[in-house]
Design a protein around this ligand. Structure first.
Ligand code: NI
Length: 233
């Protein structure tokens, strides 16, 4: 009786000790640490806010604004932990192409689409991880700066035939903020999801025949969704 009780006590203690050790080992292995380097690849969707001032051409208000379509690209992202809980992350991606449409149907008799623009929105953010290191689920909040390079601005063929040319949109420099989470599959691999807001403001200029045209305030301000697979070095 006493013997069995002792055996049970010892085996129970050994099992719980093994369990605690395993947990401690796995927590240590799971935790991010200062000096860790993350690389992530996945899908990034840029969904612009539709807020722009009216199109002016030859000094008159056309009474029409713009909307910008969403686009999904390969999202790439690297991050470096400067402390156990804080990393600096660079968001990169293959170039996003967006259709730019008139805010009302076919106002110039050239179709609903005004043209296309392509952009790259590299963003640098500092992200703070606030859960304890043992958690496989690691949410974070971040803020930083964005520089959006807009290029390959082009009117549709119908708008070009109607006399529109020389479309140019300014690059944008602004703030960005995000919430995201890593789910650690093991000490090397994790799944990541994030939602980011970027303040991208630009203005457009173009020619209508010989006259100047413009859209003075285009608030692209997109919501950017990313889902990716990450690896820790
Ligand atoms: Ni804005």
């Amino acid at each position: 009786m006493q013997n069995t009780f002792t055996k049970k006590l010892i085996s129970g203690a050994v099992i719980s000790l093994l369990g605690t050790t395993a947990l401690a080992l796995s927590s240590t292995a799971m935790a991010y640490e200062k000096g860790d380097f993350l690389v992530r690849a996945g899908f990034t969707n840029v969904s612009p806010n539709d807020d722009a001032s009216n199109i002016f051409a030859g000094g008159s208000d056309l009474g029409v604004s713009l909307t910008v379509d969403s686009n999904t690209q390969l999202g790439l992202n690297i991050a470096y932990f400067i402390t156990d809980q804080l990393n600096i992350e660079l968001l990169a991606a293959t170039p996003f192409s967006h259709d730019v449409n008139f805010s009302v149907a076919d106002p110039l008799g050239t179709g609903n689409k005004l043209g296309e623009v392509t952009h790259l929105p590299p963003s640098l953010t500092a992200n703070y991880y606030f859960l304890d290191a043992a958690s496989a689920f690691q949410p974070y909040i971040g803020a930083g700066l964005n520089y959006t390079i807009i290029f390959d601005e082009e009117f549709t063929g119908a708008n070009k035939s109607a006399g529109l040319s020389n479309l140019d949109l300014d690059n944008s420099f602004g703030l960005t903020a995000q919430v995201g989470a890593d789910y650690k599959i093991d000490d090397k691999w994790h799944l990541n999801a994030s939602v980011r807001w970027i303040d991208i403001d630009t203005e457009a200029s173009f020619k209508v025949g010989e006259a100047n045209g413009s859209v003075s305030d285009i608030q692209i301000d997109p919501t950017v969704f990313t889902i990716s697979l990450g690896y820790t070095f």
